[in-house]
Design a protein around this ligand. Structure first.
Ligand SMILES: [Zn+2]
Length: 286
């Protein structure tokens, strides 16, 4: 494999008509992926999918917005998914722990705090589920896949996540879809967390400063598919096959050689998730 999509959702209903083709398109392009769950059903689907494809691994956990009452996304759960989320899910460590027995499970999440969309009564629920998932990650000795979204114009959720990690976490991980400042990124990097970037960096300059300043060995590439399709594919559904566009953008922003950047990002994923992506017996990359 030559690329790694550190955070993707081919387990969502957005791919229900062409899951197989989507997975194979990525594999044939040398793209490995981490399929991320957002509640129990999508976590289970992530593990099942990872079991079927040798370029795929899974992350299991409960997204902070699914601890609340009514958040629902049709790309994620489909129209029939309402029943799963209408009351919110209470994180049950034991059912996730048994899913986590699979060798294909490489991280716990996506978990964290989302103050952007939260309903007024969910802050405590979010924190409770987050802490329980940190404890699970500690027990399984697996990294955390963090979802952090601050309320508009602030870094409030990042600050809260950092203090919870300082108190509870014995493992590192990745801050997915990093959208904080360089000062905030620095604090996560000091704790041993990588920051990952999506196709957003192909069509805005909002994160250029963070990408430029973060050491290359503390960055991961991701698509967060089916969301935020990178340029030049805007308007189409996103998928792991497009992760090379994100890698290209990281190389461009950092002013580095594209092949070298790609190879470092692949090594980073191997280190963070404890997996083997590049075989020694593979032919040299053209
Ligand atoms: Zn996600």
């Amino acid at each position: 494999m030559r690329y790694f999509d550190a955070h993707t959702h081919t387990n969502f209903v957005a791919y229900k008509d062409d899951t197989e083709a989507t997975m194979l398109r990525a594999r044939d392009a040398g793209v490995g992926m981490n399929i991320v769950g957002t509640q129990f059903d999508t976590s289970k689907a992530a593990v099942e999918l990872a079991d079927r494809f040798d370029n795929a691994w899974a992350t299991i956990g409960l997204h902070p917005i699914h601890t609340g009452r009514s958040y629902h996304d049709e790309k994620e759960l489909g129209e029939g998914g309402k029943a799963f989320t209408s009351r919110g899910e209470v994180f049950d460590a034991s059912v996730y722990e048994s899913l986590g027995a699979s060798e294909k499970v490489i991280a716990i999440g996506e978990c964290g705090l989302d103050y952007f969309r939260r309903e007024s009564d969910t802050k405590a629920l979010q924190e409770e589920a987050f802490v329980a998932q940190i404890h699970l990650a500690n027990r399984l000795n697996k990294p955390l896949m963090l979802h952090v979204r601050a309320s508009q114009g602030t870094y409030d959720a990042y600050e809260d996540v950092l203090s919870i990690l300082a108190r509870e976490a014995q493992v590192g991980g990745d801050v997915h879809f990093f959208a904080g400042s360089w000062d905030v990124a620095k604090k996560f990097i000091e704790r041993g967390f990588t920051v990952s970037f999506t196709g957003v960096i192909t069509f805005t300059h909002d994160y250029d400063e963070v990408v430029r300043n973060a050491p290359l060995d503390m960055i991961l590439s991701e698509t967060d598919a089916p969301y935020v399709t990178p340029a030049p594919h805007r308007g189409k559904r996103n998928e792991p096959f497009y992760v090379p566009e994100v890698v290209k953008a990281i190389a461009r922003i950092k002013g580095g050689d594209e092949t070298e950047v790609r190879d470092v990002l692949l090594k980073n994923a191997e280190r963070v998730f404890g997996i083997r992506l590049s075989g020694q017996d593979e032919p040299p990359i053209a």
